[in-house]
Design a protein around this ligand. Structure first.
Ligand code: DLL
Length: 437
């Protein structure tokens, strides 16, 4: 049998008790560090009546206060820094569509740790120094490009720092350089696959063998679609700017949940309403503590991402806890006519019914009633000039949606190329109700 490969075998396959011992050592130090160096944390902890001496190990973590995006905004720009700016070497930032941006700071140690996490993900996807790794996440303030670029260097792959966009050039580099690993958002991977096929390439012609896709929710159905089009194995990767970027967790060859780099990030699942910790296996909000970040450490940060954790043994040999694909964010969940709807449910139905992943959901409110429309693009093969054919397909799709969601949207089947493609994170939902509020 082929020898299993890891980037840092000892850490990645460490017994749980050993991981917990490391986590305990790190949390005690980190809590003392933020209490002494960050007034914002000192005030939060004082207000909760908890002092650094109360934290004797990882089992005491629930005594600490939560931190949310609102705290980061309040403390913007420097209020959460635990090191002087002179120790920091870089910043990254969220896209900040609403309110102030969140800015994260890194020391060189923080960058090294982050690159290692991304290197673990690349090796888990089968990467080594013989690979050519095309990094098509955006470079700049967004963390995707820099993170996978750093990881790819650590592994020793030949790295193509493409950034996102310029699809013709992306295709040219994949084909001419013989790229074997592609890193980008799943929606962009689907678009690249579609574009390569339009150029006349089939999955067999495309040199890629693996993809490392994340930064947005995507379904199993989308995974199969991308795997078939590009002829690769598609691996999920998760992360957020506040904690460093991609590589907080990543999939192994099992493709059954993402191993969280628990030696650096401690995960909890809580009930988003009450803040109470939930037992293993239950769905709730993911909360992270960065155990050894220097510049911008976060205690009990509420991600708003909904998922579940499992400690079931994984056949890859890694012992770190696995998180399921996030169902979506608690703030992405749409409540339409009183019913909870996640974009991922809609994507599942579309792909199961044989449609493309090119869709957009539009929600509005007219005369105090929610409207719910889904624009879905047809392939040239599916497209028909006969109105009755399209009407029948729309009717069937509405029925499939109703059975998944409990409510029926209006479905609009559109000609090929009428839904705008994304080069980064796809905009799946346009909720116009927010404009009226
Ligand atoms: O998206 C970091 C990243 C870059 C992750 C490249 C993976 C690959 P942010 O822009 O701060 O950081 O957005 C973080 O994106 O809280 C999730 O809601 C969502 N997200 C990230 N990865 C996944 C994933 C980057 N694999 C927010 N599945 C997170 C679902 C994801 N959602």
């Amino acid at each position: 049998m082929e020898e299993k490969r890891y980037y840092q075998k000892e850490i990645e396959t460490m017994p749980l008790e050993e991981i917990q011992r490391i986590q305990s050592e790190k949390i005690v130090k980190q809590v003392k560090n933020v209490y002494d160096n960050v007034k914002y944390y000192r005030d939060l902890m004082d207000a909760k009546g908890v002092s650094p001496e109360d934290i004797k190990g990882i089992e005491d973590i629930h005594k600490l206060p939560f931190v949310s995006k609102a705290d980061l905004r309040e403390a913007y720009p420097f209020g959460m820094l635990a090191r002087p700016l002179s120790d920091c070497v870089r910043i990254h930032s969220t896209s900040g569509t609403t309110g102030k941006r969140v800015v994260a700071y890194y020391t060189q140690h923080d960058i090294d740790l982050w690159d290692e996490c991304c290197a673990r993900a690349i090796v888990a996807a089968g990467g080594d120094e013989n690979d050519i790794c095309q990094v098509s996440y955006g470079f700049g303030l967004f963390t995707g490009g820099a993170g996978l670029n750093g990881g790819s260097h650590k592994v020793g792959c030949l790295t193509l720092p493409m950034s996102s966009g310029n699809t013709d050039r992306q295709m040219q580099f994949i084909m001419d350089m013989g790229a074997t690993i592609l890193c980008c958002t799943p929606s962009y991977a689907a678009y690249l696959g579609e574009s390569l096929h339009e150029q006349g390439y089939s999955a067999d012609d495309i040199p890629l063998k693996a993809g490392i896709f994340g930064a947005e929710p995507w379904t199993e159905e989308m995974r199969h679609n991308i795997e078939d089009t590009l002829g690769i194995k598609a691996y999920d990767i998760y992360g957020l700017t506040e904690l460093s970027g991609p590589g907080v967790s990543f999939e192994c060859e099992e493709q059954a949940g993402m191993h969280i780099n628990e030696d650096h990030f401690y995960a909890e699942i809580i009930n988003p309403e009450t803040g109470e910790p939930l037992p293993e296996g239950e769905i709730g909000e993911l909360v992270f503590t960065s155990l050894d970040k220097e510049a911008f450490p976060l205690l009990r940060y509420r991600t708003r991402d909904l998922c579940r954790l499992t400690r079931k043994k994984c056949s890859c040999g890694r012992t770190h806890v696995r998180m399921s694909k996030p169902l979506g964010r608690s703030d992405d969940m749409m409540i339409i006519r009183g019913v909870n709807v996640f974009p991922s449910q809609i994507e599942t139905v579309l792909l199961n019914e044989g449609y493309t992943p090119n869709y957009q959901i539009i929600v509005d409110r007219v005369n105090n009633t929610d409207t719910f429309d889904i624009n879905v693009e047809l392939t040239p093969d599916q497209f028909s000039d006969k109105v009755s054919d399209i009407a029948k397909m729309e009717k069937d799709l509405v029925a499939a949606m109703r059975s998944m969601l409990g409510i029926g949207p209006k479905v609009h089947l559109l000609p090929p190329k009428s839904v705008v493609r994304s080069e980064g994170k796809a905009v799946r939902v346009v909720d116009k109700r927010k404009l009226h509020d």
